[in-house]
Design a binder for this molecule. Structure first.
Ligand code: PLP
Length: 475
């Protein structure tokens, strides 16, 4: 006991630690109050350890530990990661990666005052939607357009503007939950619309809609069943047929496309997803879709369609609460402009570039990376090239999978526990690597990997215990 007390007295003071090289670096980078607090915390832990009989730590090691503590605290939880999940538009990983042009436009908008709501011709107050209105009409064929925070907000705003205190008619086969808290019936309730369900889960007919439409109808809503499909004995009414009935009865038809795309994806070897242009041509009065799904831009929700309805929407005070800022408007404008040149779209828009990436290119990258990965991970693991299937994600084309390639990393022993430790070690890398578990291995789908050299360099920081095959020794 007295031995421990004697050793405790030998622990350096806060001031002594501040004067070490690491201590000085901590003050320089994080400020004196932060450096002092980190040193106190490291010293408190050292005192506990010494009381428990451990050796007296070295002064320099204590200062370095304090500096590391500060560095960890400084790391943003919103860190860049390698998305090797195989899901291109991964909602939990931020969906679309923006195009270079969008990044430049957003940066420019951040750096200076911009004519956001200012008409440079007249010198009078302008409208924030004007920046995108023309482009959206050009790309969709719609009469008018507006933009809000996301597609959930677009649906909410449309329902609240047109159907508050009235009825919103929707097929039982389209009462979807997208994920999170987005459930169509809840959004309806939140918008103050009374939900009128028609048809059945698997079959809804035109007569079901016709029977429900009446003087209380605020909107007829058609919803893209984004993330699921009903197969077998099914019937749904097309937007075109529904538009005809709505036109005759005067009830506005709203088509929530969900992902929505501005271009026919068959051009890029993908399955057909209804385009916004087609939805407009089919006669819906309003169409809603996302900015950060297949469109490949920042988070946003678009509403396009009839001028008088867009006007009503823009007059709803709720619009103000859901509007987007100058940074996103700038990024959206730059993203939309890329669609004017479809031939170069796959090259310029990361979302499409990843979706349209040829399998041979991905497989060749797996071949190139496999030896380096095996070397970095050591003998405890088996690294092999693997065929796999990517998904689009975010509810777009849920049944389409894209043949892809990647690396399968399998611990030679230790089973599921070793696999958990392996995935955790990848999440702890300087740039965390997120893959998926498949067939007893950590599968890294390389479809979305562009920075091959960065990925390889990142692996040098893998927990060395992995290399020794010593999974159990890992923290
Ligand atoms: C994804 C989706 C939404 C929600 O869009 P966000 O942009 O995520 O808010 C709404 N409706 C459908 C059909 C969707 O697929």
């Amino acid at each position: 006991m007295s031995d421990a007390i004697a050793r405790l007295r030998k622990l350096p003071s806060v001031d002594q630690l501040l004067q070490t090289e690491a201590g000085a670096a901590a003050v320089d980078r994080f400020g004196r109050p932060g450096a002092t607090a980190a040193i106190r915390s490291v010293l408190a832990e050292a005192r506990l350890a010494v009381r428990e009989g451990q050796m007296l730590p070295k002064t320099d090691a204590l200062a370095v530990a304090a500096l590391e503590l500060l560095e960890i605290g400084e790391r943003s939880p919103l860190r860049q990661v390698f998305n090797l999940t195989g899901t291109v538009l991964h909602t939990n990983l931020g969906r679309a990666v923006l195009a270079e042009a969008a990044i430049e436009a957003a940066t420019a908008a951040m750096q200076a005052a911009v004519a956001l709501e200012y008409d440079l011709d007249t010198g009078k107050r302008g409208e924030r939607d004007d920046h995108l209105r023309g482009l959206l009409c050009e790309l969709t064929g719609a009469e008018d357009a507006t933009v809000v925070n996301n597609n959930a907000a677009a649906v909410l705003l449309v329902l609240n503007s047109l159907a508050a205190g009235k009825e919103a008619i929707v097929s039982r086969g389209e009462l979807i939950e997208i994920g999170g808290a987005f459930r169509m019936p809840d959004i309806m309730a939140g918008a103050g619309a009374r939900l009128i369900e028609v048809g059945t889960t698997n079959r809804t007919h035109l007569k079901d809609y016709v029977g429900a439409i009446g003087p209380q109808t605020g909107v007829v809503l058609k919803v893209h069943p984004s993330n699921y499909r009903i197969e077998g004995f099914v019937a749904e009414v097309s937007a075109r047929e529904l538009a005809e009935v709505c036109r005759v009865t005067g009830a506005p038809l709203v088509n929530d496309l969900g992902s929505g795309t501005l271009i026919d994806l068959r051009r890029f070897g993908l399955a057909h997803e209804p385009t916004v242009w087609e939805a407009v041509a089919d006669g819906a009065d309003l169409i809603t879709f996302s900015g950060d799904k297949l469109l490949g831009g920042p988070q946003a929700g678009f509403i396009v369609g009839r001028k008088n309805l867009i006007k009503t929407i823009n007059q709803n005070p709720m619009k103000r609460a859901l509007r987007v800022d100058k940074i996103r408007l700038a990024a959206l404008e730059a993203t939309l402009k890329l669609y004017r040149d479809p031939d170069r779209l796959a090259e310029r828009l990361p979302t499409l570039r990843h979706l349209a990436r040829p399998l041979e290119e991905i497989a060749a990258m797996a071949q190139r990376l496999a030896p380096a990965v095996q070397k970095a991970l050591g003998e405890g693991l088996m690294t092999s090239c693997a065929e796999c299937a990517s998904q689009i994600g975010s509810g777009a084309l849920p049944l389409s999978s894209l043949p892809s390639a990647g690396l399968a990393l399998a611990p030679k022993k230790g089973g599921g526990r070793a696999l958990d430790q392996l995935t955790a070690a990848f999440r702890r890398l300087p740039i965390p690597v997120i893959g998926r578990i498949e067939n007893g291995a950590l599968l890294l789908d390389l479809r979305c990997l562009e920075d091959e050299a960065g990925f390889a360099a990142n692996l040098a920081s893998i927990d060395p215990a992995l290399g020794a095959g010593g999974f159990d020794e890992m923290a």
